[in-house]
Write a protein that binds this ligand. Structure first.
Ligand code: FE
Ligand code: FE
Length: 225
C-alpha cells in the first residue's frame, strides 16, 4: 500500500520536474524577474531605487555579467582539452560544437554589456575555476580511450552547464526586474543554448556511452576472476 503511494508521489514529482523544464524553456512567467524576485508579499516592493545604476541590484546584476564573461572565456580554454580527451566521436563533436557556441556566447555577453551602456569586463569566478578543475582531474584519473572516461567527462561537462544554467536564469530574472529588455533577451538566448547542450550530453550518455562503460566494467571483473 505504502509503496504504491510512494511510487505515485515519485511519478508526479518527476512529471512536475519535466513540466518545469518545459516551462522554463518557453520562458514562462515562472522564470521572469517579476515572479522570482517579487511574487512574495514580504519581498514585494518597489525596485525603482535599486534598479538605478547606483542601486545595489544593478551592481549585483553587473557583477553577475562580469562573472559569466570570465566563466565563458575560461570554458573556451578547457573545451579543446575535453575534446581531445574524449573517446567517442559523438562526444568529441559535442565539445567542438559547444566551443563554437561558447565563442558566440562571449560576443553575446559583450552585446549585453553594451545594451546597458557598460564596457565588457571579466571578474575572476572561483566557482567555475573549481568546476573546470574537477573536470581536468577526471582526465588524469581515467584511462585514455575508455567509455568510462567519456561518462566521467559528460558528468563533468554537465556540472559546468548546470552552473551556467543557474547563473543565466538568475541574470535573465535580474535583467527583467531591472527592465533591461534587450539584455534579458540576449541572456535568454544563451540560457536556451546551455539547456540544449545539457540535454544533448544526456542523449549522448544514454544512447551508448553508459552502456559501453558498464560493459567495460564487466570485462574488467572477468579479467580479475
Ligand atoms: Fe556558456
Ligand atoms: Fe555551456
Amino acid at each position: 500500500m505504502e509503496s504504491d503511494k510512494t511510487k505515485a508521489a515519485g511519478t508526479s514529482t518527476a512529471e512536475a520536474a519535466k513540466t518545469a523544464v518545459k516551462k522554463s524553456t518557453a520562458r514562462s512567467p515562472i522564470t521572469t524577474g517579476q515572479n522570482v524576485m517579487t511574487d512574495n508579499s514580504s519581498v514585494n516592493r518597489d525596485y525603482s531605487q535599486e534598479a538605478t545604476k547606483e542601486g545595489a541590484l544593478y551592481k549585483f546584476f553587473l557583477d553577475g555579467l562580469k562573472d559569466m564573461y570570465f566563466a565563458e572565456k575560461h570554458i573556451l580554454e578547457v573545451l579543446p582539452k575535453m575534446k581531445e580527451a574524449a573517446t567517442t566521436g559523438d562526444l568529441q563533436d559535442a565539445f567542438e560544437d559547444h566551443h563554437l557556441v561558447t565563442q558566440k556566447q562571449v560576443s553575446r555577453l559583450e552585446k549585453v554589456f553594451k545594451s546597458i551602456g557598460e564596457s565588457p569586463e571579466a571578474k575572476k569566478c572561483d566557482a567555475i575555476i573549481g568546476i573546470v578543475k574537477a573536470g581536468e582531474n577526471i582526465i588524469k584519473e581515467t584511462e585514455e580511450g575508455t567509455m568510462t572516461r567519456d561518462t566521467a567527462l559528460i558528468i563533468a561537462a554537465q556540472k559546468v552547464e548546470h552552473y551556467e544554467i543557474a547563473s543565466y536564469r538568475g541574470l535573465v530574472a535580474l535583467a527583467e526586474t531591472l527592465q533591461q529588455d534587450r539584455a534579458a533577451d540576449l541572456l535568454h538566448q544563451t540560457l536556451e543554448e546551455e539547456e540544449e547542450t545539457d540535454l544533448d550530453l544526456t542523449d549522448i550518455a544514454e544512447s551508448s556511452i553508459n552502456f559501453h562503460a558498464a560493459e567495460e566494467d564487466d570485462e574488467n571483473d572477468n579479467d580479475t576472476d
